[in-house]
Design a binder for this molecule. Structure first.
Ligand SMILES: NC(=O)c1ccc[n+]([C@@H]2O[C@H](COP(=O)([O-])OP(=O)(O)OC[C@H]3O[C@@H](n4cnc5c(N)ncnc54)[C@H](O)[C@@H]3O)[C@@H](O)[C@H]2O)c1
Length: 282
């Protein structure tokens, strides 16, 4: 594999792109309009400058990463890609329309992967004529740091496709775990309902946000409290995952917290909007 296209230059897409560029793959980041793509490129520059200032990266490596990355709004740059990793918003219809287009644009051997947090790989793959070359490649936030990649087989994913993404994950320094398709896969089936419970504790006044997070850090030895983690993941992403868990199972234990839904409606999505359970604007 040489050329990788990442769809979406948001929280996950930009970091995933950076992981590949660091390993000298040619990476294209594609988002929907000029303002978003420019903001994404600016965030990359700022992030790399910070690493250089802290002595964690030298100027030569920064220049090398930038030289391996292209920012665009043009999906046609995916025509000769070996792999496309989609990290657009967590919505089945949007993901299906992106992949239906990619299926027409990309060469027949291109592997199509989604970084979805919870949506059925088989359902997204159905938008393409190549479900055997379709797979889940699920990175964790921040993708530049977190070691895990869940490699998710859809109903039609071939062994060759699975092996290629497994091997690629190892090549970029990650630890792949093989997962069979199920709502939320492994990590989010456990993690997001925990964040949802924390929202309910806050909503019902059992403890303050700081109290809930401190309790879980000191009482369960978690490095970060569940509400701070919700802010990091993005509450819109958490809500979309809860809704997928509920809609796929109809089990009431997956009902999204009313507070989580209210915060998403209010645009309080966490770090990416500056406000969530905590205020990041200062
Ligand atoms: N945030 C997390 O912690 C996390 C972790 C793992 C996986 N994910 C998954 O990764 C995906 C992206 O999540 P995120 O947190 O980066 O969201 P985000 O909102 O930060 O970024 C999404 C980006 O996709 C862009 N986009 C929307 N439609 C597009 C299209 N048609 N073509 C190209 N770009 C498009 C948006 O403009 C935005 O820049 C979701 O499926 C999410 O569930 C998120």
């Amino acid at each position: 594999m040489k050329k990788i296209v990442v769809i979406g230059g948001g929280t996950m897409g930009l970091d995933i792109a950076q992981v590949f560029a660091k390993k000298e793959f040619d990476v294209v980041v594609r988002d929907i309009n000029d303002d978003i793509i420019k903001a994404s490129e600016a965030r990359l520059n700022k992030g790399l400058d910070k690493l250089v200032a802290k002595g964690k990266m030298d100027e030569a490596k920064k220049a090398d990463i930038l030289a391996h990355m292209t920012f665009t709004t043009d999906l046609n740059l995916a025509a000769d890609a070996d792999l496309v990793v989609e990290a657009a918003i967590e919505n089945l219809d949007i993901k299906k329309s992106i992949f239906a287009e990619l299926d027409k644009i990309c060469k027949p051997e291109t592997i199509l992967a989604s970084n979805t947090s919870s949506i059925s790989i088989t359902a997204i793959a159905a938008a393409t004529q190549r479900p055997d070359k379709f797979i889940g490649m699920h990175f964790f936030n921040p993708a530049t740091v977190m070691k895990l990649v869940e490699v998710i087989r859809g109903a039609h994913t071939s062994d060759e496709t699975y092996q290629a993404i497994h091997d690629l994950s190892v090549e970029i320094g990650k630890e792949p775990v093989e997962v069979n398709e199920a709502p939320g896969f492994v990590v989010n089936k456990i993690l997001i309902p925990m964040i949802n419970e924390a929202c309910d504790l806050l909503y019902t006044g059992v403890a303050s946000a700081e109290g809930i997070d401190t309790a879980m850090k000191l009482g369960a030895n978690h490095p970060m409290g569940p509400l701070a983690l919700g802010d990091l993941v993005g509450l819109d992403v958490c809500l979309a995952i809860m809704d997928t868990l509920y809609n796929e199972t109809h089990d009431p234990k997956y009902r999204a917290s009313l507070l989580m839904r209210k915060m998403v409606r209010a645009g309080k999505l966490g770090r990416k909007t500056g406000v969530g359970f905590y205020d990041y604007r200062k």
